[in-house]
Design a protein around this ligand. Sequence first.
Ligand code: URP
Ligand code: ZN
Ligand code: ZN
Length: 464
Amino acid sequence: MSLLIRNGRVVTAVDDYHADIFVEDETVSLIGRDLDVEADRTIDAAGRLVIPGGVDPHTHMDMPFGGTTSADDFETGTRAAAFGGTTTIVDFAIQTKGHSTLEGLETWHEKAAGKAGIDYGFHMIVTDMEDDRLWEMRRLADEGVTSYKMFMAYPGVLYVDDGTLFRAMRKAGEDGTLVCMHAENGIVIDEIVKIALAEGKTAPKYHALTRPTRMEAEGVHRSIAIAEVAGVPVYIVHLSCADALEQVTLARDRGAQVFAETCPQYLFLDLSHYDHEDFEGAKYVMTPPLREKWNQEHLWRGLGFGDLQSISTDHCPFCFKDQKVLGIDDFSKIPNGGPGVENRMSLVYNGGVVGGRLSVNKFVELTSTAASKLFGLFPKKGTIAVGSDADIVVFNPDRRETISVNNPCTHHMNVDYNAYEGTEVQGVSEIVISRGRVVVEDNIWHGRAGGGNFIKRGLFGGPF
Ligand code: URP
Ligand code: ZN
Ligand code: ZN
């Protein structure tokens, strides 16, 4: 099977030129002007950007959490991702406390196999790590799981203490892998939550008001300090505010190997979304919470200056009617997380490139290339080059669309609301190609459940 993409404007993290791209089977085999080749199918990309498929390094498909399970499984979640121009996700497998991480990996392979419509990898969420289990971490790396996530939040659930953090970080450093941190002081936050509930403050907005930015900044600072002593690079996930960003910037300025991502919800949504008299604010209960709007310009500056390297979604959807309602009388029981895997590329293009905050190259870097490099996927993923996987998006930079669940529907995630409902974006993924196969075209799904492959990722490749 061969595919020729003609006349497009090819944009990678570093290039911007007009050329044809010839794809044979699953990879790019030739790039050049007016290619003289025959192909099984030709796509005319005149007036379109031709960009690497998006890489979302932070999703939670089919994840048991908060007394329920995230509403997208690997089939619905990866299909929605593809509609939005994302062709690779790195999802979080979970170690059950007291059990082997390798069992956790097996469980996540079972969840994804035969379902994922695009390629995927796994990080491993470590929930305990005694000395006699440390050997598993090297085994995970051999299996292509070359990054871990640990939580300073959610005591009694996913939380690990600083000793566990240090033990696992030391081993990760020895093995050449990367540690992802959910950096928030969950112990202090739980005390603040107790006080709020005792005062009868049960509405969704108290989720945000009980999680001060200082407690995120403290987690960022502490996790970086522990990582420096342990000798491992650290990647701060879902960074939400200026306070936390300052800690990343300070650490990077002194040469620490610190990387960080933010997410569209922190760039485009804010604290005012909790200002509903009714339970609507529950749609935005995620951790860290939405912050005061002024933080957004700091995050954009962090992205522009390179202190934030990547934009992920932290896609972890729960239906408003059936799932968020678990916390109707108590905000601390609202399942934490929100949808977004489908909307990331358009939101970032619109807010970043159209909004004059990012170059088009930076847009590609933040949504695809940087995550590929950090998480051992590059150059298979994250760029358009001879030999790379033909994960390619034909992106219309002029088309406008209003994000909506039903008016008209642009929404393919398996959740009954969209956090960006009514937002008009300029820049839409029109044709999405996963390893040489067109999986989305004309708003129709042409992929198949099981069409995505598990990708064994490489070790951490160092700063870039
Ligand atoms: O609220 C969130 N972020 N839910 C998903 C789990 C996590 O902390 O990433
Ligand atoms: Zn987290
Ligand atoms: Zn997450």
